[in-house]
Ligand binder design. Structure first.
Ligand code: CP
Ligand code: NVA
Length: 305
């Protein structure tokens, strides 16, 4: 039984198969609907944090595939508070055929996977957001017809989204450049996880403080919030540290002419991205959001059918 906790648990070839399956399921959905390959299967969705995309796309994805999803919010099961994670995992395993969890501490989703007898999917932890990154590869692949050799420039916090994106790039021979203010760089651990795949695929990693240095010759510009869920107490300090780490039209002009702009959303317009860029010709943020549905269907089919 396999889990989907981090992209470094999966071989590059397996991830490529998931992207191909997502392309097929997207086409199938748009031309009459998906086959009910998850008929009567139930996904338990454990959320310790808010969500729009992850929550809705997993639930809708299960429905399109003939199954169901149950929402288990923070007030309902109190993961690790009302009951230990090990007990929650074993109890849920008797009721549902898969668990998707959004947690604070990454260790919590690992602990769920350790104890559950059904597949566990990481729907975001403080450390990683693998469903997002794989969906982003689908979007990039659709836009360019390839992945290898493309350059992604990430401007902003070296957070969960950046970490999974670096791993994703590492699997597929992409060039990943990140610009973050001092003190907010991507951790060495994130690169370490990605390095074995990167060595095999020819991917490269670069870290900068200057956004202009990272975006030079980029095919994809990417950003995320300055203040992730759980960091609200650091709001003012982060707002000051990240001033200037914004994807705006001036920065976009310094990338390749045909570059696209991605953002995992939710966006904080006027902070990490401007309205004109988010809503401009080069933005692919809404197709990107839709692709969460298609990539997660592929993950669900692979793990639960
Ligand atoms: N991008 C993303 O995961 O969005 P939600 O937090 O709304 O699920
Ligand atoms: N880095 C953000 C991503 C939200 C989808 C957060 O963790 O809040």
């Amino acid at each position: 039984m396999k889990d989907f906790i981090t992209l470094s648990d999966w071989a590059s070839e397996e991830l490529w198969q998931l992207i191909q399956l997502a392309v097929e399921l997207k086409h199938e959905w748009r031309t009459g609907g998906n086959k009910p390959v998850l008929k009567d299967k139930i996904l338990g969705m454990v959320f310790q944090k808010p969500s729009l995309r992850t929550r809705v796309s997993f639930e809708v994805g299960m429905k399109h595939l003939g199954g169901h999803a149950i929402m288990l919010g923070p007030d309902e099961i109190g993961l690790g508070k009302r009951e230990s994670i090990a007990d929650v995992a074993r109890v849920l395993s008797g009721y549902v055929q898969g668990i998707m969890a959004r947690v604070f501490d990454h260790y919590h989703v690992e602990e769920l996977a350790k104890w559950a007898n059904v597949p566990v999917i990481n729907g975001l932890s403080d450390a990683e957001h693998p469903c997002q990154a794989l969906g982003d590869l689908l979007t990039i692949y659709e836009q360019f017809g390839r992945l290898e050799g493309l350059k992604i420039a990430y401007v902003g916090d070296g957070n969960n989204v950046a970490s999974s994106l670096a791993q994703a790039a590492g699997h597929f021979g992409m060039h990943f450049a990140i610009a973050s203010p001092a003190g907010y760089s991507l951790s060495e651990d994130a690169f370490e996880e990605a390095r074995p795949f990167a060595e095999a695929s020819g991917a490269t990693f670069e870290m900068f403080h200057e956004p202009q240095a990272a975006v030079k010759d980029a095919d994809v510009l990417y950003t995320d919030t300055w203040v992730s869920m759980g960091q609200e107490a650091e709001y003012e300090q982060r707002e000051a540290a990240f001033a200037g780490y914004q994807i705006n039209s001036d920065l976009l002009r310094q990338a390749k002419r045909e570059a696209i702009v991605l953002h995992c959303l939710p966006a904080h317009r006027g902070q990490e991205i401007t309205d004109d860029v988010a809503d401009g010709k080069q933005s692919a943020i809404f197709p990107q959001a839709e692709n969460r549905l298609h990539i997660q269907k592929a993950i669900l089919v692979k793990l639960m059918s």
